[in-house]
Design a protein around this ligand. Sequence first.
Ligand code: KG4
Ligand code: ZN
Length: 345
Amino acid sequence: MLVLGIESSCDETAAAVVEDHRVRSNVIYSQVAVHERYGGVVPELASRNHVTKILPVVTSALEQAAVTIGEIDGIAVTQGPGLIGSLIVGLETAKALAYAFGKPLVGVHHVEGHIMAIFLQRPEEEREMPDFPYLALAVSGGHTSLYRVDDWGRYRALGTTRDDAAGEAYDKVAKMLGLGYPGGVVIDRLAQGGDPRAIAFPRPMLNKGLDFSFSGIKTAVRYRLEQGGAPSSEQALADFVASFQEAVVDVLIHKCITAAQGEGVRDVVLAGGVAANSRLRAKFADSAPEHGLRVFATPLAYCTDNAAMIAGLGLHYLAQPRPMGFLALNAYANLPIGACSTSHG
Ligand code: KG4
Ligand code: ZN
């Protein structure tokens, strides 16, 4: 089955063609250059940019996959959660294409796309896959949540952040240090030359249930900068960001281990933009065996926002059509997991 995926929930305009979990194309137009001077995503600018980029991105995805829209079996689009103006651009484009070319359409959940992206493969690739049930950590700029995943479409939320998402903490700390936007990649790179034990930043709510809190780490960073001033050398900066990163990574790993053991599952999947973090991937891979766990980190190309994960998820829902007109599909800024993927043409 050939599925065209469309994703526009935040500041990436993305389209992809997936054939039975084999990614034939994965095109992403990033708006980072538009938003970086503001230190964060400006919703109105994001929507306007999606409008101008969505059709060229869809066209490139079809071209790179060497297929025509006529050959596509169905279209999947992100229905939520996300920035409402941004979501509407992808959703209405998908509806128009589905209507004009007579294709079935399914609206899917963005975070569900992230936690199922682990199954995406390049055309010739073979890799070991997690077994159901598994624990999924969805960790990005907008989300930090733990799910028990029993099967496609069967999820149970176990914990979530009470304040900032982990990626948001990376981005805000990078902003405080004048490192630019988005901050995750820059901190990841700088931290590689630093000492993660240099500064003992707090690990909030470490042994208190499965919810997260990252605003405390961010506040500790701010106090430290106000009291001690900005790091005075390249090494001091590397030590500072490595120590911040270690606090975030320790909390994420600890909660995953606690949740996996509590649920009696062996496999843990890391998904979302922060799952691209090199320290999180390496430290978890090192410590997992001693806890009897196997860690599966989503391939880097499918960690940050992309449409291959939307197409890969849509494949499952398109295979079980339900009688509902897709022209009635709405976008939702807030959307619980499991609440969409129900409307098809
Ligand atoms: O999944 P994503 O593209 O968008 C959301 O759904 O939010 O995640 C973006 C977030 C940003 O906060 C970014 O700073 C963070 O993921 N990020 C990283 C890394 N790459 C992206 N954080 C830590 N280390 C990275 N290598
Ligand atoms: Zn995302």
